[in-house]
Design a protein around this ligand. Structure first.
Ligand code: 5AD
Ligand code: FES
Length: 353
């Protein structure tokens, strides 16, 4: 039980909102409190900020997980290179286009192509794929999530018609980064990729997991300051969920409650950010995504991948919606979002500056 009173925490929330700044003491007060009323106030403030910019719209992004081959060995991730038990797959271009068509017919206007860092997808192949999607869906946003590539590669994909790029920074603390990743991966390089993407003109998505092994309030503070200062157009945060056959398989899962508080804080520190209520949040709690919206999130990302491939894209255990086709998830999400007073819109859902 923290000694802060409801009023103290409300005052902290007001200060964070007004100054768009947060200290370690303020962060700890918010993460440590079990004062429900104070947390309700935090969430109400975050909703108010989101509504002042985006109204009660929630945007959809169709996620196409097109390859689970990965050259990397992130310690938390179920499709890391060394997981020999992960059954690998790649979708061909025609299958990916078919996913886009299905998504379009369900009202999706953003396609997120996400994959492991798979050498099969050379620049030539990816450029050709992006051009095909761009030609067939001129009114849609194309988001890429392909990990770290060269600046030249990012440029070529942008020139081919991609608009957005998701590359979670994972943690803004270099030592924590080294705890989550093997030595061959570099925090500096990841940050350089984010700057390159921004310079090229992408709408950029950063983000991190909540409750990953070794995370502290001090590392989270760095994440919040990074988000506030870099001002990515999108920020994906979800709880860490242990994945079998990984070094972190027996680590405890992150907390839904802490994730919700951090969503609200991000909304207060960077009011315009597009903030998904992630599938990981929905995986740990049956109402996780609704609660995410109520905490200030304004994006959902239904899965457009063919259902037979979905179980293989198992970055963490227990992922939801594995067998549910997009039209089912679309109406499911519509109902869920309406249940908390928001409306899912057919829109690219671009960043509002
Ligand atoms: N639990 C939660 N999120 C994870 N990610 C990867 N593995 C896990 C896990 N075990 C997140 C990473 C990555 C994004 C695609 O998914 O943050 O950037
Ligand atoms: Fe997929 Fe509800 S969103 S079943």
């Amino acid at each position: 039980m923290s000694e802060n009173t409801t009023d103290t925490i409300r005052a902290i929330v007001d200060t964070i909102r007004n100054t768009q700044d947060i200290s370690l003491e303020q962060l700890s007060a918010i993460l440590d409190t079990d004062d429900r009323e104070a947390i309700d106030y935090l969430q109400a403030q975050a909703r108010e900020v989101a509504q002042s910019i985006y109204g009660n719209a929630v945007y959809m992004r169709g996620l196409i997980e097109f390859s689970n081959y990965c050259r990397n060995n992130c310690r938390y991730c179920g499709i890391r290179r060394d997981n020999r038990l992960a059954e690998r797959y790649r979708l061909d271009d025609d299958t990916i286009l078919e996913c886009c068509r299905l998504g379009y017919s369900c009202g999706l206007r953003t396609f997120v192509l996400q994959g492991g860092e798979d050498g099969h997808y050379t620049d030539e192949r990816m450029v050709a794929l992006v051009q095909r999607i761009r030609t067939e869906f001129p009114d849609c946003a194309i988001t890429l999530s392909l990990g770290e590539r060269s600046r030249d590669s990012y440029q070529r994909l942008f020139d081919a018609g991609a608009n957005r790029y998701l590359l979670r920074h994972e943690t803004a603390d270099p030592d924590h980064y080294a705890h989550l990743h093997p030595a061959e991966m570099s925090w500096e390089h990841r940050m350089q990729c984010l700057r390159d993407l921004r310079d090229i003109g992408y709408q950029v998505g950063a983000g991190f997991m909540v409750g990953s092994p070794g995370q502290t309030h001090a590392t989270l503070l760095k994440d919040l300051h990074f988000i506030r200062d870099f001002r990515p157009e999108m920020c994906g945060i979800g709880p860490f969920i242990a994945a079998q056959h990984t070094p972190f398989a027996h680590e405890p899962n992150g907390s839904v409650e802490q994730t919700l508080r951090l969503l609200s804080l991000i909304r207060l520190l960077h009011p315009h950010v597009l903030l998904p209520a992630t599938t990981a949040l929905g995986t740990l709690n049956a109402f996780g995504r609704e609660r995410g919206i109520q905490a200030g999130a304004n994006v959902v990302m239904p899965n457009l991948s063919p259902t037979e491939n979905r179980p293989k894209y198992s970055i963490y255990d227990g992922k939801i919606c594995l067998g549910d086709d997009i039209s089912h998830c679309r109406s499911c999400l519509e109902t869920r979002i309406a249940s908390v007073g928001y409306r899912m819109v057919v829109d690219r859902g671009d960043y509002k500056s």
